[in-house]
Design a protein around this ligand. Structure first.
Ligand SMILES: [Zn+2]
Length: 302
């Protein structure tokens, strides 16, 4: 009898353990399923940033339902049609994008309501239930700036940094023309535009990725340190003219514009690598946009 009771007790304890373990397993499964939603993934990204999430930001959902389950994450500079198609072909329904989807900084669509290009793009996004999230402000705001980290790594300029700002670099003395040749090699798909004297000798470079505006460019160029500015893009009537005037006045100033995508793309490639460090149960794939235009000298995308 004693043994019987003991055995029954033992069976009871085992049953309890099994039930508890089973519940735990179910709970674990529930949590895993939950982390597959878009908002859960964005939540995980937020916890891995060094900065607070701003109330005013362009980093928001641009399409889709944030509570939908995620089958794959695509990371890119621009959610253009070609990239969206590639994302769909690769079963990615969450697209993390650095720049706008609908052709303006705030992704306003009211003025595009009757536009056929907008309508077709939106139809495609809706049909495939694509969730697009812009990741711009906070990828720049986190320390160190994720875009600069990726770009400096790609350019191989880490050893040339003069401080932790990631803006200023010192090189062996050389000509702007020679430097541009080497830069073109590193940014293969880009179409460099060079302003100033190709024979100007320099050692000091300032880097301004993307399109921060002519104020930022001119502030960097007017500093005593900067001889050559390497930038993403600018309006020709702003920074270009400033550099031309400075060069004509005999100042040691020149600029190389790489194009917006070429100046930041490696930063989004790094973003995909960063995401993979904390999102292991869903595939995260980086999609390269490459140059958005071609020239007679560079007729096709590389
Ligand atoms: Zn940027």
């Amino acid at each position: 009898m004693y043994y019987k009771i003991k055995t029954m007790k033992l069976i009871g304890v085992c049953l309890i353990i099994l039930v508890v373990a089973g519940t735990r397993q179910l709970r674990a499964q529930a949590i895993v399923t939950k982390t597959h939603t878009a908002s859960q993934i964005i939540g995980q990204m937020k916890t891995h940033l060094t900065c607070e999430w701003s109330a005013e930001t362009v980093d928001t959902f641009k399409s889709g339902n944030p509570d939908d389950g995620i089958t794959g994450v695509a990371v890119c500079m621009f959610a253009d049609m070609e990239t969206l198609q590639k994302a769909v072909a690769n079963h990615c329904n969450l697209i993390i994008v650095h720049e706008p989807t609908f052709y303006n900084h705030l992704d306003k669509t009211d003025f595009l309501a009757d536009n056929p290009v907008y309508q077709k793009k939106n139809e495609y996004i809706t049909k495939h239930k694509l969730i697009i999230f812009r990741f711009h402000d906070h990828w720049h705001k986190t320390l160190p700036d994720g875009i600069y980290v990726g770009m400096i790594e790609k350019l191989g300029w880490k050893a040339n940094q003069i401080d932790s700002s990631m803006l200023f670099f010192k090189f062996e003395e050389q000509t702007v023309g020679g430097f541009a040749q080497k830069l073109q090699e590193k940014l293969k798909g880009s179409q460099l535009r060079i302003v100033g004297d190709p024979l100007m000798r320099f050692t000091n470079v300032a880097l301004a990725v993307g399109a921060p505006g002519s104020n930022t460019h001119i502030n960097l160029l007017s500093g005593e340190f900067t001889e050559l500015l390497v930038a993403g893009e600018a309006s020709e009537w702003e920074t270009y003219e400033y550099v031309l005037d400075a060069a004509t006045m005999g100042m040691k100033k020149a600029a190389i514009f790489t194009g917006h995508i070429a100046s930041e793309e490696a930063g989004m490639e790094y973003c995909a690598r960063w995401m993979k460090t904390f999102i292991q149960d869903i595939p995260v794939t980086y999609f390269e946009n490459g140059s958005s235009f071609w020239t007679v000298q560079k007729p096709i995308k590389q």
